[in-house]
Write a protein that binds this ligand. Structure first.
Ligand code: NAI
Length: 285
């Protein structure tokens, strides 16, 4: 649907992909509320976007549920209604599973999955209540479709976010709320600096701290897609209510290999017709 004059609440919108999405939405005439944990980035993003009449910023840690409700209140106070939730805030918690400690799992899942859940619980009822419909966009990742080594924690969260998005799509259609799962490949962003955001309580029992400090030194490849390009792709996906928004054709073959392997594992046995009927019923057919 059209986004002009409608309001998007974008978590992690002060840098990288979220800012690219914000830029595309502002250009299309939407209002955006940028919620981010980084105070300095919020001020910078507001200055970059320029269009002050369409932009509100709010400092938010997406793992803080009470603060999430206050941020949503602030968004409604400014623009009246929230129509779109872009659950995008995320951190790159990467490393060998054998080094992963509970602090790594808890922080990674808390932000990358918990942040999306907190957004849904906080904002979905508000979208339903105003009755004008809307759109949920979740930033999953290409890694949800082709899990790679050293990404167990990240992939766990991103696969869950994809699964949630697919599961709620049918339910929310009845409320005129669309759902899109965004699964970008490599994009130029600030994600290598995620370690700066690791809270003190998740630093004691971590096996990834040194790796995170090394990652910060690594330059962003010029071959990675720009945040503005992916932002435009997300805008098109919102307008079209696409369930899946992808960015990189380079991953197509790998996805096919994976799904062919899954299909090849379906038992090659006769279908029990009664059971098939019941399964169809479970699937809502
Ligand atoms: P980024 O670091 O440039 O932007 C993420 C933003 O989220 C930052 O502004 C950060 O301050 C904010 N944030 C982090 N933790 C937060 C918290 N607890 N509460 C509120 N805000 C928080 O990174 P990027 O790459 O733009 O990441 C955006 C999303 O895209 C993430 O979910 C990431 O996992 C996902 N993604 C990124 C890819 C890439 O190649 N850059 C590829 C696939 C997915």
């Amino acid at each position: 649907g059209d986004v002009h004059g409608r309001t998007a609440f974008i978590t992690g919108g002060a840098n990288g992909i979220g800012l690219g999405i914000a830029r595309a939405l502002v250009r299309a005439g939407a209002n955006v509320v940028i919620a981010d944990i980084r105070e300095d980035s919020l001020a910078q993003a507001k200055a970059d976007l320029g269009a002050d009449a369409q932009v509100e910023t709010v400092q938010l840690d997406v793992t803080d549920r009470a603060a999430f409700a206050r941020a949503a209140d602030a968004a409604e106070a400014r623009f009246g209604k929230i129509h779109m939730l872009v659950g995008n805030a995320g951190v790159g918690v990467m490393g060998p599973v054998l080094d992963a400690r509970f602090d790594d799992w808890d922080w990674g899942m808390g932000v990358n999955l918990g942040g999306v859940i907190n957004g849904l619980v906080t904002i979905l009822p508000r979208i339903k209540a105003h009755g004008e419909g809307g759109q949920i966009v979740t930033t999953s990742s290409q890694s949800a479709l082709i899990p790679i080594s050293y990404s167990a924690i990240y992939t766990a969260a991103k696969a869950a976010v994809l699964g949630i998005s697919e599961a709620i799509r049918g339910e929310l259609a009845a409320e005129n709320i669309g759902v899109s799962a965004f699964m970008p490949g490599p994009v130029q962003s600030h994600i290598a600096h995620s370690g700066e955001l690791r809270p003190a309580e998740y630093r004691e029992d971590s096996g990834y701290r040194q790796r995170e400090e090394e990652l910060e030194q690594r330059p962003v490849s010029p071959l990675w897609m720009s945040a503005d390009e992916v932002g435009e792709r997300v805008l098109a996906g919102i307008r079209n209510n696409d369930l899946y928004i992808l960015t990189h054709p380079e991953f197509g073959a790998g996805m096919k290999t994976r799904f062919d392997a899954i299909l090849a594992s379906v038992p090659d046995e006769a279908i029990n017709q009664d059971r098939a009927k019941e399964i169809g019923f479970l699937l809502g057919n």
